[in-house]
Design a protein around this ligand. Structure first.
Ligand SMILES: Nc1ncnc2c1ncn2[C@@H]1O[C@H](COP(=O)(O)OP(=O)(O)OP(=O)(O)O)[C@@H](O)[C@H]1O
Length: 384
């Protein structure tokens, strides 16, 4: 077990002893529901005496182990010190039905709501979001944890224009290097190295039906899981879509991307080989041969997968780092910093996006005007 994992376990044991039982409404005024996930609900609340706003995360006791609740709370409280990580506030308690802890609240929703309501976020804003997440995720990795659930729904907005975002939901975070059961899930955020678990899940279900013992595939938790998710996130932010439905060879869009990637690798290997050969050629003074070889290399071009066509070569190199199908060769989140400042979209794509944004803006204006008009009409009819 790593030092970070041991320290976190210790914090969980210690905090278990000081958890109090509270009546939520004695201390907090509920303002609104911020969101719901598979583990529970998150409410915006205000502390009754101090007036401090916060997010209260409720975990049903029936379906949550005390240890997993305390692990998420303590990780957020003690390790999430980066400005783009959502920090717990030191308040945790239980009620008859829930375990609850308080966290800094993102008051402007999450990135998912931005992506679904727009045709992708503008390029400058995407770069700003990614630079913040690069720092936040590198920080988590540097202290020995992998987030394992980076997705738009878990990135909260601290202002209306996404200038300040915070990564949250540390429920799946685990210490780097620990071993867990591989779980395949139907999403582009699932890494390609888990594809083998898809088949084994079918086998497991069958064994369960037959009353046989479970047979699991185990994987080591690596930081490269988060790099993959950051790559998919860049794509989602820029386009408002996913690059493929699921990261498996059965998915045609992923297969096309993988073919492009493999071809790129082959080209790279070939050109490295040629560079070595060139030295011999130059030594022999055969310049013409050298020129022919270069021409041949250029002719064997490798068009990108269609869903990546609007992206600049700079961004494609970043994708090659983050969306590297081979986890051992995948770049870390800090790589993102070397790709900021330059263009991520091709000029034609930028123009298309501008037009689509204009159309979307107009449509929104019409929708809003319609709502105001309907409101007036209703008022005129004396309805509320
Ligand atoms: N601190 C916060 N500030 C603002 N909104 C939040 C906060 N925490 C959670 N939310 C909202 O609540 C939703 C669910 O929260 P969260 O992802 O933490 O729950 P979960 O049950 O662990 O979800 P998941 O199913 O992704 O594991 C988020 O998508 C987000 O919209």
């Amino acid at each position: 077990m790593t030092a970070a994992a041991q320290e976190l376990d210790e914090l969980c044991f210690l905090s278990a002893q000081s958890m109090s039982t509270l009546e939520t409404s004695d201390h907090f005024q509920m303002v609104k529901l911020l969101g719901e996930g598979s583990y529970g609900k998150v409410m915006l609340a205000v502390h009754k005496k101090r007036g401090t706003p916060m997010a209260l995360k409720f975990f049903p006791r029936q379906s949550t182990s005390l240890f997993s609740f305390l692990r998420e709370y303590n990780l957020s409280l003690s390790y999430c010190t980066h400005p783009s990580l959502t920090r717990a506030l030191g308040i945790f308690f239980s009620t008859p039905c829930y375990y609850v802890f308080a966290q800094q609240a993102g008051l402007y929703g999450d990135l998912y709501s931005v992506i679904v309501s727009e045709v992708g976020v503008d390029e400058e804003c995407v770069q700003s979001v990614m630079s913040q997440l690069s720092g936040a995720v590198s920080h988590l990795h540097s202290i020995g944890f992998v987030h394992r659930d980076i997705k738009p729904e878990n990135i909260f907005l601290c202002d209306r224009t996404c200038r300040w975002v915070k990564l949250g939901d540390f429920g799946l975070a685990r210490p780097t290097g620990c071993t867990i059961r591989a779980i395949w899930y139907d999403s582009p955020f699932c890494t390609p190295e888990v594809e083998q678990a898809k088949e084994s899940e079918k086998v497991r279900e069958q064994r369960e039906e037959d009353g046989q013992e479970e047979e699991n595939i185990w994987i080591t938790v690596e930081t490269t899981i988060d790099s993959w998710a950051l790559g998919v996130l860049v794509y989602c932010l820029l386009t408002g879509c996913f690059p493929w439905e699921e990261t498996t060879h059965n998915d045609p869009a992923y297969r096309r991307y993988k073919e492009w990637y493999d071809c790129e690798m082959e080209r790279e290997e070939r050109s490295e080989g040629l560079r070595g050969e060139q030295e011999v050629i130059w030594c022999e003074g055969e310049r013409e041969k050298d020129n022919i070889l270069s021409l041949e290399m250029n002719q064997k071009s490798n068009p990108v997968a269609p869903q990546f066509e609007g992206f600049s070569p700079l961004l494609m190199s970043l994708f090659r780092e983050l969306l590297n199908p081979q986890p051992r060769l995948r770049g870390g989140p800090d790589e993102i910093l070397s790709y900021l400042g330059g263009p991520w979209l091709m000029e034609t794509e930028r123009e298309e996006k501008r037009k689509a944004e204009e159309v979307e803006k107009e449509a929104r204006k019409i929708r809003e005007a319609g709502t105001v008009e309907e409101g007036r009409e209703r008022e005129g009819r004396g309805e509320r």
